[in-house]
Design a protein around this ligand. Sequence first.
Ligand code: ADP
Ligand code: MG
Length: 362
Amino acid sequence: MRVLILGSGQLARMMYLAGCPLGIEVSAVDVKNHQVVNPVTKAPTGQTLAQAAEEASAISAEFEHIPEDLLQQMEMTGKFYPGSQAILAGADRVREKQLLEKLGIANCEHRIVDDAEQLDEAVAALGDKLILKASRDGYDGYGQWRLTDRTDLSKLKKQLGSLDLTKVPLVVEKMLNFDREVSLVGVRGKDGQLAFYPIAENLHHDGQLHVSVAPAPNLTAELTEQAQHVFTKLAEELNYVGVLAVEFFQIGDKLLVNEIAPRVHNSGHWTMQGAENCQFENHVRAVCGLPIGDTRSFGASAMVNIIGYASFEQNMLSIPGVHLHWYGKDVRPKRKMGHFNVRGEDYVQLGQRMLALSEHLP
Ligand code: ADP
Ligand code: MG
């Protein structure tokens, strides 16, 4: 079997690696120049996009910022999972909020702003601690602006002056003082079967994920149930096939959805060492119509992103339970270059290993 992935970054690479033992060949297409490549070596396969799409048993995506004409073209093949409706719900924050509202899913209080004047109304309604998010093309905290004080409003309006808000509106959210961020990564098969990984706790810095710990400490059965209920509603509404991630803010014992990612997700990378079957294998299995693999986890796991640097002391690999996943990309500030997965029998051992790892980090 063959799977074609739209996007040729590290997520396609990890799907390729997960497909190998199953005898499933994963190729990737750069959505800008339509070149079809091997996601590890980046060597062109020699196929055109049309050929690769024709020969694939399934087509999927590693990210949601895909030109709409390409999405349409893939949808026409009848083998594009999770499908353009799901991809667009992840790509466009306005659609995403509309979907959450339609399904009655709790999310962050917000306003949609498509001209600068409405910003005043948003401030009047939500207060002056706000986070403004471009409705499209944002990731890792890019395409976001923060307002912490009303007196900065005119400065912010100037900054936004170059944007055409009628084309790309802003979703303006109240800045929440949440207790923590968690995410649920799960998978739905073509037969509608659902499987969930344990919820992960995620630590962000400047809008970018740095560390995930799974299972999230202090999880209650009620929290898990809430998150799985939300996931199920979304996955069924979208007739979803594949891995889906839902990011939440936790406030007390309540979860509010932050955003959804219709794909394998950075907060699920720990599953490569920490679960019976990782998210990448399960995504490939799901889109190929194969049975979903067991999602149970072992002990306690963490994932530490390697962000913006390309060298580190290699002897950190001698720490038991530490695994390196290197993506082979050129280094740039804030770029995700790879990640460490760390495993322990329990949180105490995981903590010791994380501490040992941190002593080697720049
Ligand atoms: P991205 O697509 O870049 O991941 P997110 O909407 O998930 O965008 O925002 C990135 C991070 O910014 C979140 O994980 C969270 O740490 C912070 N953030 C986003 N929205 C809010 C909010 N309304 N209140 C407080 N923090 C927020
Ligand atoms: Mg996010």
